[in-house]
Ligand binder design. Structure first.
Ligand code: PMT
Length: 216
């Protein structure tokens, strides 16, 4: 059973969409609510793990008995994840991290003058690619097409142990919902297509696989 099977383990989970400042009042962000990551954190806590939740989510209550580290930008999330995975057994990245940020945030609010405005963007740090160590590494992938193909490429390029790929075009799945439909793909490229489940149960299915990897 799942009861207490993560006792003695430390699991770092990321959640929410990062916000990259354009100026003091504006950000570039995405539709992640944080619900998926919070559900993973709660499921891991309920199985006895010590859970660190690095969260860029806004407006979700802190789950009891979870160590919440609030962050905003991709760089802040990266710093927190690197610090907290030093003694971790697993990292589960459910956050939607911005791939690009404004090259430099303006010190003052940008005034409305010209009809067009361009903002130069710079690539953000790839947290999963940077956070390497002696712990199980799980990613998520939100895809709008070629789900399995794109997710497999991410398993390989980030050398992940497991990825949960969600088709964000599928009903009841992806951003903001309490349910999700994911396909799990492991480092051996085994595919497990899960039905529509609550995000909490998706979290448990991922943790079942993590427990198996701890035992292997
Ligand atoms: O928060 P919710 O509203 O509940 O929605 C859940 C979700 C759709 C956000 C979640 O299930 C999900 O799919 N998260 C991953 C979103 C995504 O698009 O990931 P990606 O394909 O850009 O990145 C792949 C993996 O690399 C992810 O684990 C991501 O956290 C990680 N990543 C991405 C970019 C970056 N710079 N560093 C990273 O570590």
């Amino acid at each position: 059973g799942r009861n207490g099977d993560l006792k003695g383990r430390t699991i770092v989970v990321s959640a929410g969409g990062t916000a990259e400042p354009i100026d003091p009042v504006r950000v570039i962000t995405n539709h992640s609510s944080g619900k998926m990551g919070y559900a993973v954190a709660e499921a891991a806590r309920d199985r006895g793990a010590r859970v660190v939740l690095v969260s860029a989510a806004k407006g979700l209550p802190n789950p009891p008995l979870v160590d919440v580290v609030p962050v905003s930008t991709a760089q802040q999330m990266c710093d927190a994840v690197l610090a907290r995975t030093e003694d971790a057994d697993a990292l589960i990245m459910a956050a939607a991290v911005a791939d690009y940020r404004p090259l430099s945030a303006a010190d003052q609010k940008i005034k409305k003058t010209d009809d067009d405005l361009s903002i130069a963007l710079a690539k953000t740090v790839d947290i999963l690619a940077t956070a390497r160590g002696d712990f199980v590494r799980v990613g998520f992938a939100a895809e709008s097409e070629n789900l399995v193909e794109n997710a497999r490429a991410k398993v390989a390029s980030k050398s992940l142990d497991l990825i949960a790929a969600n088709d964000i075009t599928s009903e009841g799945s992806g951003f903001g919902t309490d349910t999700n439909r994911v396909t799990l793909i492991d480092r051996d490229m085994n595919i497990d297509e899960l039905p529509l489940l609550t995000k909490y149960e998706v979290g448990n299915r991922i943790l079942d696989r993590v427990v198996q990897m701890f035992r292997a």
